[in-house]
Every structure is written in C-alpha cells, then in structure tokens.
Design a protein around this ligand. Sequence first.
Ligand SMILES: Nc1ncnc2c1ncn2[C@@H]1O[C@H](COP(=O)(O)OP(=O)(O)OP(=O)(O)O)[C@@H](O)[C@H]1O
Length: 786
Amino acid sequence: MVILQQGDYVWLDLQTGRQFDVPVGAVVKLCDSRQIQVLDDEGQEHWVSPQNASSNLKPMHPTSLQGVQDMIRLGDLNEAGILRNLLIRYIDRVIYTYTGSILVAVNPYQVLPIYTAEQIRLYTNRKIGELPPHIFAIADNCYFNMQRSNKDQCCIISGESGAGKTESTKLILQFLAAISGQHSWIEQQVLEATPILEAFGNAKTIRNDNSSRFGKYIDIHFNKRGAIEGAKIEQYLLEKSRVCRQASDERNYHIFYCMLKGMPAEQKAKLGLGQASDFCYLTMGQCTECDGRNDLSDYSSIQSAMKVLMFSDTENWEISKLLAAILHMGNLCFQARTYENLDACVVVRSPDLSTAASLLEVEPKDVMLCLSTRTLITRGESVCTPLSMAQGLDVRDAFVKGIYGRLFVWIVDKINAAIYRPPSCHSGALRRSIGLLDIFGFEDFTVNSFEQLCINFANESLQQFFVRHVFKLEQEEYNLEDISWKHIEFSDNQEALDMIAIKPLNIISLIDEESKFPKGTDATMLYKLNSQHKQNSFYIPPKNSYETQFGIQHFAGVVSYETKGFLEKNRDSLHTDIIQLVHSSKNKFIKQIFQADVAMFLCGYHQPSPAPKGAETRKRSPTLSSQFKRSLDLLMRTLSVCQPFFVRCIKPNEHKRPMLFNRELCVRQLRYSGMMETIRIRRAGYPIRYSFAEFVERYRVLMPGVKPAHMQEDLWGDFADRSSWTDLANTETGKSGRLRSSPSLRRLLVLQDHHDLKLEMERDKASQDKVIPDPKKRAVSARDSA
Ligand SMILES: Nc1ncnc2c1ncn2[C@@H]1O[C@H](COP(=O)(O)OP(=O)(O)OP(=O)(O)O)[C@@H](O)[C@H]1O
C-alpha cells in the first residue's frame, strides 16, 4: 500500500488505454482515509480512492521533481519521466535537453535570446555537459571532434514537420561559420545557398509556414586550419505534387508568390504575369499570403543570393520563364469530347496556351496535341489514341511536375557548382567534413502512399544506424569500467529493414519490378507483395481481396499503405509525346534540364527493332524508388564513416503557438524518435550510474555513522571496503536490484535493473530529502510501505 502525504509528488496513471497516454505527474493536495486528492501537471484535479491508490498512483523519483539536464539520469527512466522532464523545462523556456548522446529540442515557437554572438563564444570549445544543453554545444563538439580526431562528423536532425529541423540546421551552420570564420567568400556562398533552397523547396503548409518539402544533406568541408573550404548539398524526394495541387490553407512553393510580388513590372509583362490570384496552381489552397513572410523582400534576397551563387542573369531569366510557363499551363482550359465512341478532349485556344507555348518555345498546336492524344507504337507503326479529359489533365500535370522537379535538381547542381571544391591532390588527405542531415521524420497519416513508404524506409535505415551507434557507445562505456556486457541483448530493426529493402524479393524490389512490367498494376503488385510476405510478422496483409492496403510494422508503429497510384508514382515517367515536345523546343534551358530524358528517348527511337506496344520512357528511366534507394545507400555509407550526433526536434503543439505543450502529441514524437530505444538499451545493461560522491549521498542513510560526501576527505579510500556497501545496497534495493561497483573503480557504480525505487525514495525521504519542505511530516518507514 502506498502511504502518501500532502505535498508528495506521484505519477497518476488513469489507465485510459489511449495509445499515446502515459502517467502524468501530480502533487497530493489532500489525503485522508476516504480519498486522495491530487492536482496533475495540467492543472486538473483528480480524486482517487485509497483502494485504487496502488494501481493509480506511484511515487515519483526525486529526479523527476525539478528535472535533469540529461534524461538518462532520471530515476523514472520511462516515457512519463521523459515527458515530464521536457515539460517542466519547457515551462521555464529551456528547450534543450540531453538523453545520453542525443539532443532533444522542443520548438519554442518564439524567439529566445539564446543564439547571440555571446552564446556562441560561451559554447566554443567546451565539453558536452559542461554547460546547459544547447544546439551550439552539438555544433561545437562536431567541430572540435573533427579537429582533434581528424575524423568526419555528422549530425542527424530529425523530427516531424514543424518540429524545428531546418532552424536547427541553420543554427549549426551559423555556429560553424562563426567559429571557423574568416568571413570568406566561400563561407558567404554556403550560407546564401539556404534562401535559394528554401524559395524553391519550401512552402506554407498547415503544419509549418516554411515547410521544407524535400530532405537534404549538407556536407561542409573544412581545410586543415579548420576554415570552411566548400560544401556539397544532396537533396532527397522533393514533393512535386505541390506544384499542381495544394490542400486547403496551404501554398505552392514560395518562389512563385515571391516572383509575382517582387519582379519588376516590365519583366512580368514579358512573361504575361499578373498576380497570384490569377493562377489556378497558386490558389487551390485559397491562400496566397503567408503571415510572417514578406514575399516582396524575400524576392530581393533570393535575387542577391543567386548572384552570390553565380547564377547568371540569363540563367535567372530562363528559370523565371519556366516558372511562368508552369503557371500558364495550370490555367489551360480543357473541354470533353467523344470521338468514335471514345472519351476524348481538346485544349481550348487561349492567351494562356499561347504564352505557355511561347515561353517553352514550342508550337501551341503541338502542346494541344500532346495533352489530348497519346502515341502508341505497335510493331513499328505509331497509333494515335485520344485522351479523356481526366487523362489530358493528368498528362499536363505530369509535365509540369516534370519541369519543376528537374528545375529543382538543376538549381541544386548549380549551387553545388559554386560551393563545391573537389579536394586537390595535396589538400585531399587533410580535408575534413561535417555533414548536416535535415530529413523528414517518420510519417503516419490517415492515408499513406508511396512517398510515405520511401520516407519511412529512410527512417528505418536511420533508426538502425542510431541503435547500433547507441549500443556501441554503451559497450565502450562498459569496457572502460571493466564490466562484462556480453549478456546485454537489444533488438534492432534489421528484420523489418530486410523485408522492406534488403533481402531478395523485398518490398521495394517487388514494387520496382512490377513498375517495369508493362502490364503491371497496383493490384498485381499487391498480390505479389502478399504472396511473398504474408508470413512475415512485420507485414500486415489486406484483410480481404477488396482491400487495397497493406501494412508494415515499423519500429515506430504499424503504418498502413494505400497502394492506389503506387506504380504510377514509382515510374515517375513522362509520355514519349511530352519528351518529343521538349525535343522539338527551341528553348535550350528546358532541353538542358530534360537532357537525360531526351537522350534516352532518342536512344529508344533509333533502336533497330522498335519497342513493343506501350513503350514509354519509363522502360529505361530509373524508377523513383531505385533512385531513392541508391541515394539512401550512399548516404548511409557516408554516415557510417562519420562520428554521429543526433538532434531530435519535438513539436509541442499543432498551432505554432508558444508555451503550449500537448502531452499526447509529444509522446507520439518521442516514440517515433527512437529515443526509447536508447533507454531500452541502457536498461538492458546498467541503467543507473552514480559517482562515488553521489552514491554516498544517496545511500549513506543505510550505514549509520557515514558522513556526507563533501565532509569526507578520502572518498576513494572509503570505498576500499566497498563489499559492505554493495551488500547492503543489494539487500536494501530488493532482490531484483543488483548493484555492481565497477571493478576498475574508475568512477562509477552501476546499478542493474534497479526496480525498487519506492523503497529508495522512502529512504530518501527519511534522510532529509531536500525537495520536501517539511521532513518531519513526510517520514515514512520502510515497514509501513512494504
Ligand atoms: N529554435 C527555435 N527558435 C525559435 N523558433 C523556432 C525554433 N525552431 C523552430 N522554430 C519555429 O518553428 C517553425 C518551424 O521550424 P522548421 O521550419 O525548422 O521545422 P521543420 O522541422 O524543418 O519542418 P518541415 O519538416 O516542415 O520543414 C520555424 O519557422 C520557426 O518559426
């Protein structure tokens, strides 16, 4: 039975059974023989009957009362403990906390005065833990580790949309530029890459006003003196569909709105541009403005960043022409027709059609034909079939997405051409790098599609990398203390990863194979997935033959994927008619960004025996998943030779508001972050660690006559007789608690499986616990609580 008194802190577990509900911290307000009244951390009052007290209330470990800087030190090392720790720090506007080697960053949604030049100086060349947790401490350690150990470093920044990944990345960049800094031209170029990337790759979404719709890895190169020498940017999976469609209250990519606000009138006139509200592609979310952003001034920042990054005026103009062409394409007007009993369509002649065609430097009639018919090649003969209106619109959108996607890749290449310096023969061996990975976190929406599969596959790979790294650190710690660690078992996500992408006939390869098969459909693909994996415990087959979804048991939970549209998205191909249209264009820039497609088309075109019916560029161009897998493999290889740091960003609420902490939302993110895995690994070994002084403070109450640590001259000597300490502590902490001193007696005592926190806490109380104001009132004997 739990004996409680007014003022005691407890965990209140209402056992709601909700997926993301965990016990909440609470303080006892009233306690008598009939009922116990507690006030929880959310300010809610609850009444608990003494009969239910033992199942609803658990004593709180003293470390959870005021919080700790490193959560691995929490006595209550579980989700509730971690959540409360983050909460009480967040209320004090302390947004950074460690969990072992991870930095947890809770988005404050307000400007905090913690990123000044003074703070940069303060955090320079300090050990982690010397100062309060901070993103600068991570950046500083990356930099000085790189310098000291001459080893490449990387920082993996993850979290869901709006959690603060991009801001964290920018803060690390800011710190690195400041401490390595000579304010060189190349350093300025690296910093100026961000506004360009954000203009073309970020958009307002309901979750984040400046949401990155792509993943990126920025590798910053340093010379042997530690100055920034260059950088290279890798981008992953830009969300192309946004160019044609935006959900309610969302916008297209920033660049469109900036261009319409900021471009001089005479240039706009040449491109046939007016304002955002004139264009279908910019108004689908009924939102053309974004609070807190200034499209006009952003346009001039983008222009000057482009200059710094060596975009010529001609290139800049060509980019604007393509952006304008996209907008006019979005305004094309289609009409449905029937042609020999077949659904058909026509593109109506309009100013938008002629402007789009003139910007793309193609004939308007060719655009009309391309978007309303399709050429199939059968045994050397080409046959033209009509497209229905829906198909015509799809082809138009696919073309536009194709242009934007390739334009984005070209822009990243252009930036890299300015900031990347290949290592020279003599400096090559001495060059070191810090890589910053700002990548989409694990996703589980109401409807998940092919993109979520790719994103979650990337997260499985990163989780695997993370778990192995944490486990390695644990091993190193035990080796240092001469403690045998062989019995520690941990589970990683290898099996799930094998099924998704590693073993033969894995999910990705089956999807890919079906995408290349001309008669493949989403249904035949699902059938093959089922046949191959239905016995796998990580695969959840559809419940019946009508269902079009399958599920995967990911490390962060089960996600079910809607297969409709999978193959189309994976093929990511354009009709040959579109490629032919590009080929016929006089616009050198569009031909350049479609260079690879045109080359493949020409190669197919000149083949001696013509391709079979339905031949398309897709037969030869790599699928999205194969491209993604290749770049992910490359990324994982790069990361594996770096010393990693991890930043987990947490979004405390969905309203972009300061000082609002949604518990369930945070628990969900903690689970997805893989942080619990660190804790599981730590728990599988020796989770609780004390320095000798801390140990004496904590347990001296058990040994009459032992003075407080600070009053002992020879703590080390005192431990010479450590067997009596350990015996005593083992008895007192119960059978399940095994206390081990490290044989080397270096610095730690390690407790394994220390379950009996209750008893320990009561001992603490008996020994004038500092947290509780009136020790007399609170003394509880061990016998009473047994
Ligand atoms: N450290 C911080 N201090 C102040 N505000 C912040 C901080 N981190 C994030 N924010 C706020 O939160 C917003 C969202 O952050 P950010 O764009 O970095 O999220 P993200 O995780 O990169 O999201 P996405 O995946 O959608 O790109 C920022 O625009 C900013 O307003």
